[in-house]
Design a protein around this ligand. Structure first.
Ligand SMILES: *Cc1c(COP(=O)(O)O)cnc(C)c1O
Length: 246
């Protein structure tokens, strides 16, 4: 589904073609969203749940960034909507929240039958996670709140620094309320790929061109806040130099 800025990067359900709807069994959603960093409120999820009931579609909500939020914002779960548990499952991964990317731990909750089927598939595909990782995951979920809070402060600091720095250099982007991504419009005169190549070749900075996420990502690029403030500052210095030269 196209996620467009004019719709706050939310899909327009009424625009899904009739023939697609007729055959659709499953709809994937992801909020807070990678790469746009857009958040969805409960009224959007309510609309989704109603739509799913009406068209008999199972909603799979990827909530990988549900805990990565800033400025007091709390991302809702789709399961907070009445009736959601009859049409939706929600996935959570410890990858981002607890710096456990690649450790392959997460969970799914919601629609009981869908969860049972997922369990059946999963237990026939693999046979459980390495136990040390399971123990680490238990500790993260039980005692990880303060570490998470510390990490969020670090991400928020990087976010503020990067966004303000980029806006000072003439880029036009708002503060993301969630995720560790900044989804920034490409300035006039460049495509996503051209700008990303310029960053790479002239400044030795790796950013992700928006078109890599599909045609509707054209006109944007993504910066990840997964490096230290000193590195982000260095990047801003290089961007400034490169732009003042050209
Ligand atoms: C990083 C990420 C995940 C987590 O994937 P894992 O396979 O659990 O590491 C899930 N969804 C989105 C949108 C992500 O960006």
């Amino acid at each position: 589904m196209p996620l467009l800025e004019k719709n706050h990067f939310l899909p327009e359900l009424h625009l899904i073609p009739e023939d697609v709807l007729k055959n659709a069994r499953l709809m994937f959603l992801n909020y807070p969203n990678n790469p746009t960093s857009q958040v969805a409120d409960k009224s959007f999820f309510a609309e989704v749940v109603e739509f799913a009931h009406k068209h008999k579609i199972l909603i799979a909500h990827d909530a990988a960034y549900s805990e990565m939020t800033y400025d007091g914002y709390k991302a809702p779960s789709i399961l907070e909507v009445p009736g959601a548990k009859e049409v939706a499952i929600e996935f959570f991964s410890l990858s981002k929240t607890y710096n456990m990317t690649g450790w392959r731990v997460g969970f799914a909750v919601g629609h009981p039958q869908a969860i049972a089927l997922l369990g059946k598939v999963k237990s026939n595909l693999d046979s459980g996670i390495f136990q040390a990782i399971q123990l680490a995951a238990i500790t993260a979920l039980k005692d990880g709140d303060s570490a998470l809070e510390e990490n969020l402060k670090i991400y928020q600091g990087r976010r503020d620094l990067l966004i303000q720095g980029m806006n000072n250099l003439g880029f036009k982007t708002a503060l993301p309320r969630a995720t560790f991504y900044c989804w920034i419009p490409v300035p006039p005169g460049y495509t996503s790929s051209e700008l990303s190549l310029k960053f790479l070749e002239e400044m030795n900075i790796v950013v992700t061109p928006g078109n890599g996420f599909g045609p509707n990502g054209e006109g944007y690029f993504r910066i990840s806040l997964t490096v230290a403030e000193s590195r982000l500052l260095e990047a801003l210095t290089r961007v400034k130099k490169s732009y003042s030269r050209s």
